[in-house]
Design a protein around this ligand. Structure first.
Ligand code: HPA
Length: 247
């Protein structure tokens, strides 16, 4: 049976179109997830929602318990996970408020608990991550966005930075030289942990702002919030139509 988990990011702390059936307070060997899991139905299909930064958006990107979140979703029976990520655009053609389905990721984060296969694991376990996102899930998201007429980039490399500060212009230039198109603070270790537990994981990224130095002036939080409000409406619409297709 298919059960889709949705990890909401900045701008998506609740899913208005989820008909809630119950809340599940979970404990995991790694501690507590960011919030109780919200079980329900979306477009007639079972789904489970978890706000990555907590219900009140109080947990910064570097302090999210990614292991507990992914473990809890697996434990509750999720087979698929859609991570929603607010990002900055490095590539100038990516417009604020538009959607991106990344197909590659570069991890620049540090000091985060990033694996379920720690020192106590014998024999040593390595996980394939050649294609970091689940292709079957990406296809459904891309086809749904196309059918709904939503503007979306269907390929991009996501640079995962540590935060919580935004980047310098020099850092963004370096990420661009590395081949990244978008930058965010929450893509890793989430995607890697999902792979370790064999969850079919994909990301829906929402362009919140031009990255540092890619527009005149500095990055404005007010501007980001306004852009995300509109962008997340698109995400809700996308999820409502994509999730039943996975059932
Ligand atoms: N950089 C990193 N993370 C982000 C950004 C950004 O410009 N915008 C939204 N999340």
């Amino acid at each position: 049976m298919t059960l889709v988990g949705i990890i909401g990011g900045s701008g998506l702390t609740a899913l208005k179109n989820l008909e809630i059936t119950r809340r599940e307070v979970m404990r995991t060997p790694y501690g507590e997830p960011s919030a109780p899991l919200i079980r329900g139905r979306i477009g007639g299909q079972d789904a489970v929602f978890l706000p990555r930064h907590g219900h009140g958006h109080t947990i910064p990107p570097h302090a999210v318990n990614y292991r507990a979140n992914i473990w809890a979703l697996k434990e509750t029976g999720a087979t698929h996970v859609i991570g929603v990520n607010a990002v900055g655009a490095i590539t100038s053609t990516l417009a604020a408020g538009s959607l991106v389905f990344p197909d590659q990721i570069i991890d620049y984060t540090y000091g985060r608990e990033h694996t379920f296969f720690g020192n106590d694991q014998k024999p040593v376990t390595h996980t394939d991550f050649t294609y970091p996102y689940c292709d079957a899930l990406r296809r459904v998201l891309i086809e749904t966005a196309r059918a709904a007429g939503l503007e979306a980039a269907e390929q991009a490399t996501y640079a995962a930075t540590q935060g919580p500060r935004f980047e310098t212009i020099a850092e963004i230039n370096r990420l661009e030289r590395d081949g990244a198109h978008i930058v965010g603070m929450t893509g890793m270790p989430e995607a890697g942990l999902a792979r370790e537990l064999a969850l079919c994981y994909a990301s829906v990224a929402v362009i919140a702002n031009p990255a540092a130095g890619r527009a005149v002036g500095i990055i404005s939080l007010t501007e980001i919030e306004r852009t995300l409000d509109a962008g997340m409406e698109k995400v809700r619409m996308l999820l409502e139509q994509a999730i039943p297709r996975l059932g």
